[in-house]
Design a protein around this ligand. Structure first.
Ligand code: NCD
Ligand code: ZN
Length: 446
């Protein structure tokens, strides 16, 4: 397939269960051998990674790279280059592009288009909205990793299915074991609170948080748990921002329901105090919330309630991100800063380092049925790695970010650790902040 062989020498493998010093040999894109002092006979390239941490390549299950149709915000070339530089070797691309990925034909077209541009491997979500549930089987057959279902209003304004349709879709999820990723905010409540807060005359950025209070998430997540209970459908609540969300997922897990949860770095690193510093830049759906929510999310990450992390990479143009909080678009770039930010937290002692491969590689790969090809350092797995110097540092700058509009609250942040190499199926695709081998990515399916 990709050909060639590489030996990674002297690194410390960081897996969900342990940190072990070992060499890794990758042949024809797959991990062929793992062990102490591996022989380099017949190996084309030897990479000395002594003292460095070798992570499985990150699987970012939540990116919106905007292609096709919204290239004025950003595109797949920039997005996947940022991924590569940031240690992400697989991205799962969301379906709220234009047109939305609501049929097998559109998924096939998106797959063809993105295949010519991919700098890292990619999978595609389909979407289920109010009128296309009959396309479920065809979209699965076309190779979707799963579906995104938008219950709350957000970028793209894709209308949610009604409850009967949701029930039916969850039954199909159970039948085919296909995960459903939910944007869980109650649309009517969001509308009600938005009108209320807006008509009060508020224009400060934190008004966005009050326009989408925790009850919106709580109601929506509780309903999804009930639907999962009765159908056995696989419900994955993405971008959980409210403590009620963490509590509900914890309870559902205890009950043995097929319910999992994702949160994102911004909900762990930011709270409503930060509107003062960053203004509309941190407008995102669901909103950044008060410190008590941030703390509950950390607890959920540490005790295993939160199953995955995703970046929710959601770029917009400078024009769309500035000005009035009510008009400003929700979301910001995140794929390139995803691993650096979490690595920094780990190196500062906030997060056990082995949680990184668990929440950012293994668990997303398992959930979307890509494991152990992706998300694992095991013989036979794809040779995908993020190689990190734990003694290095990373400063997030506009120049470092690969994006049409490098808008993020993290500009100027100085982080512990630096990503030295990103390796995709045995090939070094990025080195020290630069993409060195473009377009090595390929479409992947469960
Ligand atoms: C996302 C986007 O812009 O595509 N925005 C966001 O605020 N998270 C859409 C979404 O996932 O809600
Ligand atoms: Zn969403």
């Amino acid at each position: 397939m990709s050909g060639g062989s590489i030996l990674l020498k002297g690194g410390i493998l960081i897996t969900p269960s342990a940190s072990i010093k070992a060499d890794i040999k990758v042949v024809d894109g797959k991990i062929a051998e793992i062990g102490a002092a591996l022989n380099n006979a017949g190996v084309e390239e030897v990479l000395d990674v002594s003292g460095m941490y070798v992570f499985p390549g990150v699987v970012d299950e939540h990116v919106h790279m905007r292609e096709p149709g919204l290239e004025y915000k950003d595109d797949f070339t920039h997005g996947t280059a940022g991924a590569a530089v940031g240690g992400v070797t697989t991205v799962l691309e969301m379906p709220n592009t234009k047109p939305p990925v609501d049929s097998a034909t559109i998924l096939e077209e998106k797959k063809r288009l993105l295949s010519q541009k991919a700098n890292v491997d990619f999978g595609l979500y389909g979407v289920i909205h109010n009128t296309n549930a009959h396309n479920f089987d065809d979209i699965v057959a076309a190779g979707a990793v799963g579906f995104k279902i938008f219950l709350g209003p957000t970028t793209g304004n894709i209308p949610p299915p009604d409850d009967g349709t949701l029930y039916e879709v969850l039954e199909k999820s159970a039948k085919y074991d296909v995960p459903l990723a939910f944007h869980a905010e109650n649309a009517d409540l969001v509308k009600y609170f938005t009108q209320k807060v807006r008509s009060s005359g508020r224009t400060d950025p934190s008004a966005h948080t009050d326009a989408r209070p925790p009850i919106c998430e709580e109601e929506s997540i509780r309903k999804l748990i009930i639907l999962s209970k009765w159908t056995n459908g696989r419900v994955h609540i993405v971008h959980i921002a409210a403590k009620e969300g963490v509590e509900l997922v914890r309870e559902a897990k205890h009950m043995g329901y097929k319910v999992t949860g994702e949160t994102c770095p911004h909900y762990l690193l930011l709270n409503t105090e930060d509107y003062k510093k960053y203004g509309t830049a941190i407008k995102v759906n669901p909103p950044i919330r008060d410190r008590e929510h941030q703390e509950a999310l950390w607890k959920g990450v540490l005790d295993g309630t939160i199953y995955t992390l995703g970046s929710d990479h959601a770029p917009h143009s400078a024009e769309e991100k500035k000005g009035d909080i009510w008009k400003c678009a929700a979301g910001f770039t995140g794929v390139q800063t995803f691993l650096p930010l979490m690595l920094d937290q780990a190196l500062k002692g906030r997060l056990p380092i082995n949680k990184i491969p668990q929440l950012m590689s293994e668990n997303p790969a398992k959930l979307f049925r890509l494991w152990p090809r992706k998300g694992a350092i095991m013989v036979g797995s794809d040779g995908d790695f993020a190689i990190v110097d734990p003694n290095g540092t990373t400063t997030i700058t506009k120049e470092w970010l690969i994006a049409k509009y490098p808008i993020t609250p993290y500009i100027g942040w100085k982080l512990k650790g630096s990503i030295r190499y990103t390796i995709l199926r045995g090939q070094i695709i990025a080195k020290d902040g630069k993409l060195i081998q473009p377009r090595k990515g390929t479409f992947i399916k469960p």
